[in-house]
Design a protein around this ligand. Structure first.
Ligand SMILES: [Zn+2]
Ligand SMILES: [Zn+2]
Length: 193
């Protein structure tokens, strides 16, 4: 096993590491969707367009929080949207997860990694804008296949129960989610232009 790869929020109150953070241990992708862009803008980050938001996908049991777990903030762009975790101390976007611990998935913001070179180059671009106004994916087959096999292995081994994002007893997220209203969501990156 390689040594854990560190991450931290901008102010340094939240620190932790990712196990098995290698090019094969997860998937390094760039998401160009309007929701990922809006989430950055809501948190007061620089506009990521047109480059997109770089994410490293793995399973939550690979994430170890060393400090600042009580500073985790949570936001959803809609009532059923992804859980978007950030640092309540300095607003740095940190992770995306699905809504339940039984669906063991996490996307880590690459901008927060101590040494992004260790996860290798970007292998997937999702929601790439096209001239006709649509969007397409590059390398998405790999992404979906790897994500499903990682999730299946975390399920079968019971590793899915190890997660810093959900209460082990209740399965509820460890932070109260702020859910944007439709008007709030519409104010940020409503569409590509
Ligand atoms: Zn912070
Ligand atoms: Zn996205």
């Amino acid at each position: 096993m390689t040594r854990p790869l560190g991450f931290s929020c901008t102010c340094g109150a939240i620190r932790g590491s990712i196990d098995n953070a290698t090019p094969r241990g997860g998937t390094h992708l760039v998401c160009h969707c309007a929701d990922c862009r809006a989430a950055e803008l809501v948190l007061g980050q620089p506009d990521p367009a047109p480059e997109g938001v770089a994410i490293y996908q793995t399973t939550p049991d690979m994430i170890v929080l060393d400090s600042g777990a009580d500073r985790l903030g949570l936001m959803r762009l809609s009532p059923k949207g992804l859980l978007r975790w950030h640092a309540a101390c300095c607003d740095a976007p940190l992770f995306n997860t699905l809504a339940r611990p039984g669906l063991p998935f996490v996307g880590v913001h690459v901008a927060r990694l101590d040494d992004p070179a260790r996860i290798g180059p970007v292998v997937v671009h999702s929601f790439l804008p096209q001239r006709d106004g649509g969007a397409r994916h590059k390398g998405a087959g790999i992404m979906v296949w790897r994500m499903l096999s990682r999730m299946a292995s975390a399920r079968l081994s019971g590793r899915w129960r190890q997660t810093p994002f959900f209460d082990p007893a209740t399965g509820a997220p460890v932070a109260q989610a702020r859910i944007l209203t439709k008007a709030e969501r519409a104010a940020f990156a409503p569409s590509r232009g």
